[in-house]
Design a protein. Structure first.
Length: 181
């Protein structure tokens, strides 16, 4: 179950990240799960002001027009220099971890991100749940096909995610999502 959960969680995290401006508080995440989120990410969310949330919502509304993370960061910079600086630090942290992966693991992460990006609904629309489930199953299949070395590399670079994936509540949640019709 742990191995399948990796892909589901990566997918869920990416989808959640697309909806982050809608978070009212990171405090709503259960403590045992929140403890496994990288502290830099928790601090980023805790530090969001109402103005920051408005800027992020505006940016999210333009999501379909933004081609990549660098373009999103540049747009963010024009709206709020301080928010840009904080977001860039998180981006650089994650990008550094992805770049440190071996080729196989890096290709998996990048292709998974692209698949998740393609799920983003048009403005005012909801996620297509059957498509999300189909994508999750595709990502799981690709994860299962990874070599032992690539899986170990993912766990090494993203230890908090590994801890989160080993959490029984998370495993139960992921299993429930994929089994629902």
């Amino acid at each position: 179950m742990f191995r399948s959960t990796v892909a589901v969680l990566l997918l869920a995290v990416a989808i959640s990240a697309a909806s982050i401006p809608n978070f009212q508080s990171i405090e709503k995440i259960p403590q045992d799960i929140r403890a496994l989120i990288p502290k830099e990410v928790v601090e980023f969310y805790k530090g969001l002001t109402p103005e920051d949330k408005t800027v992020l919502k505006d940016l999210a509304a333009q999501g379909k027009d933004i081609k990549n993370e660098e373009e999103a960061l540049e747009l963010l910079k024009t709206k709020s220099e301080s928010l840009y600086t904080r977001a860039k630090a998180i981006y650089d942290l994650v990008k550094g971890k992805v770049e440190a992966l071996d080729t196989e693991a890096k290709d998996f992460v990048k292709s998974s991100i692209e698949k998740v990006r393609a799920l983003r609904p048009a403005d005012g629309k909801s996620y297509d749940i059957p498509k999300v489930k189909e994508t999750a199953k595709e990502v799981i299949a690709k994860y299962k096909a990874l070599s032992t070395e690539a899986k170990a590399d993912l766990e090494k670079q993203f230890p908090q995610i590994s801890g989160l994936l080993k959490n029984e509540k998370v495993q139960k949640f992921a299993k429930g999502i994929l089994e629902k019709n």
